[in-house]
Write a protein that binds this ligand. Structure first.
Ligand SMILES: [Zn+2]
Length: 82
């Protein structure tokens, strides 16, 4: 291997590397977009969950805090008196 071919190889690498970097950048961009999409989905499901939870909670609290048969307050879903 003489100096000329070595420099040619180096030149070839200098051409490949930016190309690879660009590809890597594209990959990172795509990955970021996927992550962003997932984050949106997670946030959406969290919001949906939260909305469902806050919608259900007042009813739940009413049912849980008071027994429907003896009207006694109960800390657990199962009534201790009935
Ligand atoms: Zn009861």
């Amino acid at each position: 291997m003489d100096g000329k071919s070595a420099s040619t190889e180096l030149y070839a690498w200098s051409l490949i590397r930016p190309c690879r970097m660009a590809l890597f950048d594209e990959f990172k961009k795509a990955y970021a977009e996927i992550l962003f999409g997932w984050q949106l989905l997670t946030k959406r499901s969290l919001i949906l969950k939260h909305t469902m939870y806050t919608k259900v909670q007042p009813q739940d609290l009413e049912f849980v805090s008071e027994c429907s048969s003896c009207n006694k307050p109960k800390p657990t879903p199962a009534c201790g008196s009935c």
